[in-house]
Design a protein around this ligand. Structure first.
Ligand code: NAP
Length: 165
């Protein structure tokens, strides 16, 4: 079994912007599990434990990726997990819909929660009393050319994501 998810890895200006917001969190004394630069990504579909990555690659091959322009927009939290949001992108939403449909057609299980695009910056965040996380999100974007199947493993020093295919 492998723990699998399909994602867009961050790069360039968008990655630098995400790292700069993390530095602001850190400067304000926020402790937690900060996503390392090499792990920064946008998840499109979470498959979880599944034994056949080849099946997933095959399903992905049937869904052409439309190059999309991503733009950061806003900062938010799910409980103690803080994330950066993205501007709405219909081309990306369409791709995610077709991708998830292809996974379902192939009998590949995935988390069916509504697509809620976010880039996780820090998990299990502990904010110092009276800390403000009113942090301006830099204007930054990137052009995404492809989605990548990732394997997720628990390493000694945190999660290790490995691209497959
Ligand atoms: P991960 O759980 O493998 O998640 C990889 C990506 O998939 C992340 O973007 C995550 O979103 C997303 N995701 C995870 N579960 C999801 C779900 N049910 N529905 C939709 N999206 C989902 O790796 P991680 O996020 O780096 O690790 C987070 C925690 O999972 C860690 O505390 C780790 O201990 C725990 N965990 C890992 C393993 C493993 O073997 N890899 C097994 C069990 C538990 P978010 O960024 O929003 O989290």
């Amino acid at each position: 079994m492998m723990r699998l998810f399909i994602a867009i890895p961050l790069d360039g200006e968008m990655l630098r912007a995400a790292l700069s917001v993390q530095r602001e969190f850190s400067r304000r004394g926020v402790r937690g599990n900060y996503t390392p630069a090499e792990n920064m990504h946008l998840t499109l579909a979470f498959i979880g434990e599944y034994p056949e990555p080849e099946d997933v690659l095959l399903a992905m091959d049937g869904v052409p990726f439309p190059p999309v322009a991503l733009k950061l927009r806003g900062l938010g939290a799910f409980g103690d997990l803080w994330w950066l949001g993205l501007e709405r992108c219909e081309a990306l939403e369409g791709y995610v819909r077709r991708l998830r449909h292809a996974l379902a057609e192939a009998g590949i299980p995935f988390d069916r929660k509504r697509f809620s695009p976010h880039i996780t910056l820090v998990r299990r965040a502990e904010l110092p009393a009276r800390a403000s996380v009113e942090i301006a999100v830099p204007e930054a974007g990137m052009r995404a050319e492809r989605a990548v199947l990732m394997r997720s493993d628990r390493g000694k020093a945190g999660m290790i994501y490995t691209p497959i295919g």
